[in-house]
Design a protein around this ligand. Structure first.
Ligand SMILES: NC(=O)c1ccc[n+]([C@@H]2O[C@H](COP(=O)([O-])OP(=O)(O)OC[C@H]3O[C@@H](n4cnc5c(N)ncnc54)[C@H](O)[C@@H]3O)[C@@H](O)[C@H]2O)c1
Length: 311
């Protein structure tokens, strides 16, 4: 279970539960993290936070200019010898193979594989086919390219390792507005659940999978690249989201459902349960936004929060 978070303050991690930081086998000084989409936002914040913990970092991104800048920042923490900056388009399998070869040649292992690169170009259900293809090539096939290239090598390692795939609440509750993105992130959820099952069914596996579901995070994708942009009060910073995620994967969670300053954990849980009940109870899809169900949904949230507060 994620810790209760009342949404009133910025997130500062408590010491990880039941886990001695120094003894965690994967998120551990001297081990190796590979992060896609590391030039900006959540990926860059993950590179910085993992470097602070002493990991060696391979930063991969298609945006070479921002990648160089991010690499320099991470190097100030990790040292030049402990970073690799590898321009990589995750949609290009050959480029992903080159990334793997560089990392294994340099360091011989991968402890944390973070599939974070993503785009949110908009496509509606009957328009923008090229956009759909681009979004799927990056958000879904980008992850598949990386998994199919890295997992076998990771399984052959002696030491424990983890794969963290970045999904989205939009891939679970499917809010109207960007069908292409939502569908791609629903596929990431499904893929990562299958990955976790397949890994745990192996007779011997030292690799775990985790679905990282950020809350509203102030990044390039959510407006941070616009001149003079200021973080909206409701959003978390990328480093808050990453610190929350690291706490939860260290504690062994598969679903890492992150809150933000606007949406607390209980509200996310209620929204997800409402969404699943559309199927189970035979309501129209996306009933949360359906004119005949909207007020019922609002009552359900108010009652649900009241119940949690009484407990
Ligand atoms: N920001 C949020 O509120 C939020 C919420 C839920 C999920 N997410 C997810 O978090 C992940 C990180 O996004 P972010 O918010 O930090 O946005 P961001 O735009 O700041 O970072 C995304 C990075 O991915 C890179 N990228 C795009 N296409 C690529 C490709 N083909 N190959 C390699 N790299 C590529 C971009 O260059 C960029 O550096 C994404 O998967 C996104 O869907 C973000």
């Amino acid at each position: 279970m994620s810790p209760m978070y009342d949404g009133s303050t910025s997130y500062r991690p408590d010491p990880p539960e039941n886990v001695d930081d120094d003894l965690h086998p994967v998120i551990h000084a001297g081990r190796v993290a590979v992060i896609t989409g590391a030039a900006s936002g959540i990926g860059k914040a993950a590179a910085l936070e993992l470097a602070k913990l002493g990991l060696k970092i391979a930063l991969a991104d298609v945006d070479q200019q921002n990648l160089t800048v991010a690499g320099k920042e991470v190097a100030t923490i990790a040292g030049d010898a402990n970073i690799l900056v590898v321009p990589t388009d995750v949609a290009d399998l050959d480029a992903v193979v080159r990334l793997r070869d560089k990392v294994y040649e340099a360091w011989g292992e991968v402890a944390v594989l973070m599939n974070n690169a993503g785009v949110a170009d908009k496509g509606t259900s009957w328009s923008g086919l090229d956009t759909w293809k681009r979004v799927f090539d990056i958000n879904l096939f980008g992850i598949l390219n990386v998994q199919q290239t890295f997992v076998l090598s990771m399984l052959h390692q002696e030491n424990q390792a983890m794969i963290i795939n970045t999904g989205s609440k939009q891939g679970i509750t499917n809010p109207p507005g960007n069908a292409a993105y939502n569908t791609s992130k629903a596929a990431v959820k499904s893929l990562t659940e299958s990955l976790a099952h397949e890994l745990r069914e192996l007779p011997q596996s030292n690799v775990t999978a985790h679905l990282f579901i950020p809350g509203w995070t102030f990044t390039g994708m959510s407006g941070n690249n616009k001149p003079g942009a200021e973080k909206p009060a409701g959003a978390w910073t990328a480093s808050e989201t990453v610190l929350f995620m690291l706490d939860r994967v260290r504690a062994g969670d598969f679903y890492v459902l992150c809150p933000d300053n606007e949406t607390r954990h209980e509200v996310d849980m209620l929204r997800i349960m409402w969404s699943a009940a559309d199927v189970a109870e035979g309501r129209p899809p996306l009933s949360r936004w359906h004119r005949d169900y909207k007020s019922l949904f609002e009552e359900y949230i108010i009652d649900g929060i009241a119940t949690v507060q009484r407990q």
